[in-house]
Write a protein that binds this ligand. Sequence first.
Ligand code: NAD
Length: 439
Amino acid sequence: MESELVKAIHNRTARIVVIGLGYVGLPVACMFAKAGFQVVGIRRNSEKIAQINRGICPIEGKEPGLPELLAEVIREGRLKATTDYTECRQAQIALVAVETPVDKATRKPGYEALQAALQELGQNLQPGTLVIIESTIAPRTMETVVKPVLEQASGLKVNEDFYLANCPERVMPGKLLANIEHCSRVVGGMSPETAQAAVELYRCIVKADLDPTDCLTAELVKTVENTYRDVQIAFANEVALLCENVGADVWAVRQLVNKSPQRDMHLPGPGVGGHCIPKDPWLLVHGAQGNFEAKLIPTARAINDSMPLHIVELVEEALRQAGKEIQEARIAVLGYAYKENTDDTRNSPAIPLIRHLEELGAEVTVHDPYVRGYDGDPKKMLTGRDCVVVMAAHDQYRELDLENLKAQLRLPVLVDGRNVFGMKQAHEAGFIYKGVGNV
Ligand SMILES: NC(=O)c1ccc[n+]([C@@H]2O[C@H](COP(=O)([O-])OP(=O)(O)OC[C@H]3O[C@@H](n4cnc5c(N)ncnc54)[C@H](O)[C@@H]3O)[C@@H](O)[C@H]2O)c1
């Protein structure tokens, strides 16, 4: 059966549905459409469906090539967006790219979107279809959630009537298309033949290694690679706190550490955000069985979660040096998105930072050129402020002239969570400056 599918992939007659049209699903749908497939994207009802069908990209940060590609594939009639799951009946391939968050209190996977998508896909699943989960999932989810939900909803049997694979995404907002094209992928199949069929599919859009494996390995690889990043960032943050404690500059330390062979100390910062890194370590831990107890991973999470509060402490200290108490202070936060030059605000460390500052009585205004509601004139919102806090290294902030910035402020206080300015430059411009790992 897989051989027929592979033929339909090679001659582009296989029809593809992509369920979930967010940061992952939308660019993937566009790339397959560009590769010559007929693609239908399914997402929850929203005005974004109409927007996509008009060829307008709903992702507002800098996404090189994506707005143009979307406009092209819509114009050519190769992609359409809908809420209608009956479209799955015409498809030979179904990709699932819905969100997979964790519950804030229990840290267990919140698979409501995944279960709902699988249920509706299952009810419309045709024999011979290849279903690929692109969402990030906890180890063993393919076996314990995806397979039973699809089999029950469809009445079909995996490996006999339909095929199941897990091909997690490695994209990062800001480089979505480039990452899809140039990052290698693991392709886990419920059988080696299915993994190979999925490899043939991704070969149409990926110009890097495609590594066939089993589903459990693919689930582990994805959650481990993001956990690796979280743990590395936590290490950098802990070193930054230690440097503050002894009066050293973490950026100078890091640069020299990384001259040592096989060292790659990550960047410290004001916290970890985005949809993935703050939750994928919990997905990994959730996948463990029996009485296994993770120790390092939860500790790393706790360190990274504490960083926005640490920024609050730096703000308080810097203001005190300027003779101002926080409850009387007017504070400007630059950057609401978690990542430079993107509009992605999910789990942004700016959110708890702003909440804590306000709880302490500060008056907070926020600017972000990529986030609706915060994208006004930065000059206006900076005028008369007592302190500027940099939370995202957007290009627009790197271009700010410190002399001009100081002239606008009521007090020259700068707290830099992203090392956008650096202490020397800030001191030369006459600022009271505190940076993460450099006070
Ligand atoms: N954002 C990233 O950079 C990134 C990178 C790698 C992997 N991932 C993983 O990919 C998955 C998707 O992430 P994302 O950032 O694209 O999320 P997102 O929130 O941007 O998009 C999710 C999409 O799924 C749709 N959706 C939700 N439930 C649905 C349903 N029942 N039926 C149809 N559509 C439904 C939503 O409308 C939305 O379009 C997650 O598992 C995430 O961990 C994300």
